[in-house]
Write a protein that binds this ligand. Sequence first.
Ligand code: HEM
Length: 246
Amino acid sequence: MLADPRYVPPPVRQDGAEGTLAWLRARVSRFSTGEAHARRRRELVALLDGLAPTRLRREARALTRERDGAWRGVPTAVLGAALGVGDTRAVPVAAAGYLSGEETPQADAAVAELLELAGLPVITLLLQGHAATEALVENALRHARPGDDVDALLHETLRGDPPLRATRRLDTRTGEEVTIDLVAANRDPAVFAAPDRFDTSRFDPGRFDPGGGPARHLTFGHGVRPCPAPAHAIALAGGVLEGVLG
Ligand code: HEM
C-alpha cells in the first residue's frame, strides 16, 4: 500500500481560513497528492539537503548537556536554529494538531505565530519532525541499558517500539480508508528473527546506511512518500541520547 499510488493520504479540508491549522494542512506535502505533492516535497528535500546531520547531532548533544539533560524541546530547537528559526516555542502546540487535524484555538494561534517567523516549508519540517523525534528519544531512553551503542539502540527502538505507530491511506478505487499498522509490519517474523524481543544487537553499526540506517523496518515509511529526513531524525535523537547518557 505504501508503494502503490492508488493509496493516497486521506484528504484534508481545503477551506480553512487563511493562517489557521486547517489552512496549513491544506498546503503541505504530507497531505497532498500528485503534482502538488511532488512539488512541495521537492522544496522540503532542497531545504533538508542544506542541513548536515553531523552538525545537527553535535548541536543536539551540546544543547542537551547545556540544559543538564533536560532534553525536551532540544531536537526542535536545534532543527529550528539550523533553519533560521530562533524561537520554536509555538511548535509543540501546532504539532499536536498537525497530524490529527484536531483544530483548536491554541493550535491556530500557534500556527499564526510560526507564520510570523518562517515560511511554509520550514514550518512543515518543524511540525513533521517534532512529535516523532521526541517520542523516539523517549522510547529509546526507556530501553537504554549501560554500554548500549546509541545508533543500535535507536534503530532497534525504531523497529520494536516505533514513535509513529500507524499511518492512514484512502483507497482511491473503493473510497475505503485503511490504517497501516507499522508496529505489526516491523514484527514480521519472515524479516526479523524473534521479532518480539527488543535486541539492539540486530543492527551492526558497521553496516549502517548513512541515509538513515537499515531500512527493513517501516517506521520511516516506504514507497511513494517516505520520510525525507530519517538521517536528520536519527542525528537529532542520537545527539540528545549522547547528551543524556554521557
Ligand atoms: C523519529 C522521527 C521521525 C519518524 C519516525 C518519521 C516518520 C515519517 C513517516 C512514516 C512519514 C510518512 C508518512 C506516510 O507515509 O503516511 C514521514 C513523512 C515526513 N517526515 Fe518524517 N519522521 C521523523 C522525523 C522527521 C523529521 C525530524 C523531519 C524534518 C526534519 C521529518 C519530515 C517529514 C516530512 C516533511 C514528511 C512528509 C513527506 C511527504 O509529504 O512526502 N520527519 N515521516
